[in-house]
Design a protein around this ligand. Structure first.
Ligand code: PBG
Length: 325
């Protein structure tokens, strides 16, 4: 027998030709870096379950954001850990809340980087739920919407360029859009966590943000990992309500969801490569079981290949350094 007729290896023969036929190019422009901020000063605390990820105090967050900007990363997303938590999450929409202060501090130093804020109540409620808990223990939709809208407006007032609601209440995008428009923020885009699953992959994040619910779980608002048609409904509604960018979260176990959304809708799609996805790679790499850098780039490329236009990832700093070389 001679050669097979179809010789695909011709285009894999050397690095130059492989580069020429590459279909997906991961770039630093695709990356969004999550940052955790808390009150106080001179604190930089590593998150135990997330090696290389830190909680910064207010006096050091601006320098960190400036470093990220200098790496060419176009955006950060901010998560706040308040000093005090209460049932109405008042820290989420306080003029001098931790995120609001961080926004002003960062903008004073880093002029270009886009400032995205996570809009949710779970980091600010004493029970750790994403909304107002009613007498029967359930999360009440309407009163929660009011506080989410208030939080989004207070972020915009403090300088947020994009707000990203992650709560999964029904109707939050419309409520936030209306509130922003009423307060002169017609040009502030909404990046909605549209298809956000009730996932065990958020474990390390909840350590970092101290937002593990004290009772119950998030299954009455976050999605069942078994569902994808429902994700398409969520996205359709969020777009109708005014979402400018829609997000899928987590990313790696949900590439089919990213793909289906990319095919069906013509808005930018973001994917959140979440804490558990990061920690698993770090843990295995520390054990010498996998090559951490190669796995990281393979994962990020796969998320992009599935259809994500941008990726929120704790790997952003490391990836940016490698991609620039
Ligand atoms: C809610 C929020 C969470 C994450 C981002 N925004 C936690 C949750 O829904 O429990 C998780 C991000 C991650 O795991 O990296 N404010």
């Amino acid at each position: 027998m001679g050669f097979p007729t179809h010789r695909l290896r011709r285009l894999r023969n050397n690095a130059v030709i492989r580069c020429l036929v590459k279909e997906t190019e991961l770039s630093v422009n695709d990356l969004i870096y999550p940052l955790f901020v808390e009150k106080g000063s001179r604190k930089k605390t590593e998150v135990k379950s997330m090696p290389g990820v830190y909680r910064f105090s207010l006096d050091s967050i601006a320098k960190e954001a400036k470093d990220v900007e200098q790496l060419g990363i176009p955006a950060i997303i901010l998560f706040g850990i308040p000093e005090k938590k209460d049932p109405r999450a008042s820290g989420a929409y306080a003029e001098n809340g931790v995120v609001q202060q961080a926004l002003r501090a960062i903008r004073a130093e880093a002029k270009k980087i886009l400032l995205i804020t996570d809009v949710c109540l779970c980091e600010y409620t004493d029970h750790g739920h994403c909304g107002i808990v009613g007498k029967d223990g359930s999360i009440e939709n309407a009163p929660t919407l009011e506080l989410l809208a208030k939080s989004a407006v207070s972020h915009a007032e403090a300088g947020a360029d994009i707000v990203a609601p992650s709560d999964m209440m029904d109707g939050r995008v419309a409520a936030i859009r209306k509130a922003l428009d009423r307060q002169r923020f017609v040009d502030t885009p909404i990046m909605s966590y549209a298809a956000k699953y009730a996932s065990a992959f958020y474990g390390p994040f909840r350590d970092a943000a101290e937002s593990t619910p004290k009772f119950g779980d998030r299954k009455t608002h976050q999605m069942d990992p078994a569902n994808v048609r429902e994700a398409l409904r969520e996205v359709a509604l969020d777009i109708e309500e005014g979402a400018d960018i829609v997000m899928v979260k987590p990313a790696l176990a949900y590439l089919d969801v990213i793909y289906r959304i990319r095919r069906k809708f013509n808005v930018p799609v973001a994917a959140y490569n979440v804490s558990g996805e990061y920690s698993m790679v770090k843990a295995a790499a520390r054990n010498g079981w996998v090559d951490g850098e190669k796995i990281m780039l393979e994962i990020l490329t796969a998320i992009k290949r599935a259809g994500a236009d941008m990726i929120l990832t704790y790997f952003a700093r490391e990836a940016a350094r490698l991609l620039k070389k």
